[in-house]
Design a protein around this ligand. Structure first.
Ligand code: 1GP
Length: 249
């Protein structure tokens, strides 16, 4: 319960967190090395490791490579039941509650539960909500689910509430990796007002202002992946904003 306790503590105290998403299939070369160096130097809060598609050996490669970074938790962000590796610290046990595909609501979870039971990984039950980010994303295609329209705050609130009532411990609002638009601040605010759970927000964040706006609107953990793959130095800008939020908090 160490990870969840820590996330809940930060949520209750208003301490904003930053997670760097590593897509194992893209984790190579100088940019990846530089991203790890920047992550250590900025002392980011979490690594999220995963993607909708992963060649099997790449997940293990990333976990071996990040193993020496002891003080930053490694959390799996799986695309399916194959994406499990005991070298991580925990796993977002996702249910795609914005979708209506039983395979991603409960099917993959049933397959992976017995494996996870003996894995030693901390299980973080997460209501995962895909929001329309203006482009067709891999996660939408692979999961065969329709994202919530980004103007429909009422649907987002009702879905997040259902996720909370079903017992999820975290809610993740995601426009999907490489989205054109981020989750609108008004939607984050509306969800934040209605649930009493830590809120993770990501997808399409490319500027420090966008990250700042997500934190201001009520995100507890902001996730950035794509923009850092292209420019690891962007992490230093994000960290400056995070530091300011923490002083205010
Ligand atoms: C995707 O929320 C994450 O699931 C991060 O998205 O790669 O677009 O930053 P980006």
């Amino acid at each position: 319960m160490e990870l969840l306790n820590n996330i809940q503590r930060n949520y209750k105290s208003g301490k904003k967190s930053l997670a760097v998403l590593i897509d194992p299939d893209k984790a190579e070369g100088d940019n990846f090395d530089n991203l790890l160096i920047a992550s250590i130097s900025c002392q980011i809060d979490y690594f999220l490791i995963g993607g909708s598609l992963i060649s099997s050996d790449r997940l293990s490669y990333v976990l071996n490579k990040t193993a020496r970074i002891k003080n930053i938790p490694k959390i799996l962000f799986p695309g399916n039941s194959l994406h499990i590796d005991n070298k991580a610290d925990g796993i977002l046990f996702l249910s795609l509650i914005s979708g209506r595909n039983p395979e991603y609501l409960i099917g993959q979870q049933v397959i992976s539960a017995p494996i996870l039971k003996n894995s030693g990984l901390e299980i973080l039950s997460t209501g995962y909500m895909l929001i329309d980010g203006g482009v067709s994303t891999t996660v939408s295609y692979i999961s065969n689910t329709t994202p919530i329209p980004n103007s429909k705050n009422d649907i987002a609130v009702a879905t997040a509430l259902a996720g909370e009532m079903l017992g999820n411990k975290l809610i993740y609002l995601d426009c999907g990796s490489g989205a054109k638009y981020t989750v609108p601040a008004k939607m984050i605010e509306a969800v934040r007002k209605n649930i009493n759970l830590p809120l993770i927000v990501g997808g399409g964040i490319r500027t420090a202002e966008q990250a700042s706006s997500a934190w201001n609107a009520g995100a507890d953990i902001v996730v950035v992946g794509n923009a850092l793959e292209e420019n690891p130095g962007f992490l230093y800008d994000l960290n400056e904003i995070r530091k300011k939020k923490r002083i205010i908090a």
